[in-house]
Design a protein around this ligand. Sequence first.
Ligand code: SR1
Ligand code: MG
Length: 400
Amino acid sequence: MADRILTSAEVPAYIAERATLRDLIDPTTLTVAEVGDGNLNLVFVCADAAGRRLVLKQALPYVRLVGPEWPMTEQRAVREAAALRIHGALSEHVCGLLDFDSDGFVLALEDLSDHEVFRTRLNAGGAHEGVAERLAEYLADVAFGTSVGSLTEAEFRARAAAAINPELCEITEDLVFTEPFLGAERNSVRPALDALYAELRADRAWSAAAMAMKHTFLTTQETLLHGDLHTGSVFVRGNARDGDLSVRAFDPEFACYGPIGFDLGMLWANLLFAGTRAAALGEQERAEALFGTLTTSWDAFTARLRGHWPGRRAPERYPDAYLDGRLPAILADAFGFAGCEAARRTVGLAKVSDLETLDDDRYAVVGAAMLRLSRTLLVDRATLTPARVAEAASALSGAR
Ligand code: SR1
Ligand code: MG
């Protein structure tokens, strides 16, 4: 248990106590704002009179979304710090870790206040070009750098063991893989989706496919996942058109070793929410472009991984056939995981503002599109292509 749960008023004294932090920012002239709006943690944005800034993030001993009645290990902060360090060494698209207090479970993070959360930008109709592709490159860099592409088998197994994150994985197992498909009291939809959700709940192919994805998540250790790579876990600044795009993933507290397709699938489902929302708002071209990011990000991912491949540690044990065999399996996994995420963000406990902020008529269209896409992504995952998913998304959301 942390010695204390920080308040804004206590942050200056906390910073003054830590040598690393007081070198970075002046605790005597500090302004502090608690801005945490996620499901789990406290987040303090700190600025001093000279304009220096950093962010403190403290893991609460419970799930903030629900309250103290859902206790949650603060060790997640240790796992998040480790993931930020490892991912940050492999990719520029990761929020910087400045300091970690393993007694207080407090991470000091690079201030990205000049960025905005990608989901917020997407919901406001802002530029998305290049973001999915940069994230796909980040995932390819991590997939190569934390797997047997770069590590000995012994190192790989040790890394996977060190990254064990059972409590946070249990949240994912429950909320992403079990509850939307097998039912739970904390599921909910607005009345317009009742009939469709009931139809899907009776559809054994849908739930069996989700159970297969749960099995894959539970039993596959390929790479150090971010573990929660939705569009609310990404900061963006600038745009590709002006050549000043900055993309930074943050919040990898769900990190663990898992199947490479997991992060891609989470990201894709959230891009599909953004696209179906755009279609419902009458922005057809934007919707098509968002659906198209599945293809462009998959292409970016495979190109980046293939680019790394000649530099692999042991080509004699991992011939080209190894990668050639893995890529179709990663793609099918990504579709399956996207299908789980599409369903759980529509019916489960942790929903998305892309859908939830819509009026009832648009909610009905977008929610139905995402539930039907969930079925397609799950049941047809072995034969789909990103382009076919985009076509299905267009047809279901009325973008065409
Ligand atoms: C109780 S935590 C709910 C969700 O928030 C996190 O961001 C993860 O997506 C988790 O499933
Ligand atoms: Mg989060």
